[in-house]
Design a protein around this ligand. Sequence first.
Ligand code: CUA
Length: 343
Amino acid sequence: IKALSLLGFLALILSGCGKENLTALVPKGYGAEVSMDLIILTTVVMLVVFAVVMAIFIFVLIRFRKKKGQEDFIPKQVEGNHTLETVWTVIPILLLIIIAIPTVLATFDLADETEASDSINIDVTGYQFWWHFDYQGEDFQTSQDIYIPVGEKVYFNMLSSDVIHYFWVPSLSGKLDVNPENENTFYIEAYEEGVYWGKCAEFCGPSHSLMDFKVIVVSKEEYEQWVADMKNVDPDEEPESAVAVEGKELFQENNCMGCHAIGSSPVQTGPNLTNFGNRETLAGVEDLDKDTLVKWLLDPEEIKPGNKMTDNYPALNKEDAEKIAEYLLQLKHTDITSESAEN
Ligand code: CUA
């Protein structure tokens, strides 16, 4: 029973405690499936080695135990045995070959950079502690949430603007370093529509563990609709509610636009806020609702320690923060949301 509850506990940890599709053990994309095959292969090899070693160990313990009436008995000592030495050298070499061949083949397979001319390319930039996504050839940018179509190879070209980050969507793909200078490319091919939780997997500062993002996999038609909507964002559009209009003015007066863009813009000091109201989460980790957003606007350091907003932040009162929150939450630039993926 102890072993079972330990297994259950481990399964809970590995499944990411309820975060959507945050497990490498239930692959839903090509890269994750290839990785899972390797995990199974190496685990089986490891278990066989463990079983054989334990069997020999237990046999020796029993066979050469001290028996009654054998005071000071020492079994026959053996020194040097060519057959044995050959066996325990050759077996590990064979095991390593069995593991190495599929691993190397998978590595080259997943590192495929031969993009078809019509494939989707997304430039990823890692920042402390958020993600910027620029859809090549489409002239728009997003942050935190990436939309991709199901069943297609989508290429990610990754660079960091500061320190080394690590791009990982456990259910969809293997991991890849996001370096400040050397661009790394890999692709994701998702088998099923849905929301997939992504993590930064390289320690990068105080909020490393909060540097989350989402990959939202939708049908091809929904993806095309989403792209069309994202290209048509009018950053100056007047909000419908009077409070949100006030919020928009405060947003401009407090110079939030100095760091955050709405719609296509080269500005990327802070996350691009296009379609912010449809985000899955606030700052990658908190449920997106008004109370949490106000809390964030009043004290971002409390939610994400070490983020840049804390340093450059105007002191807001609660009333103004609520108006700005109202404005930001109505920034919904498309009908395609994570719910489209779940239907
Ligand atoms: Cu970025 Cu850890």
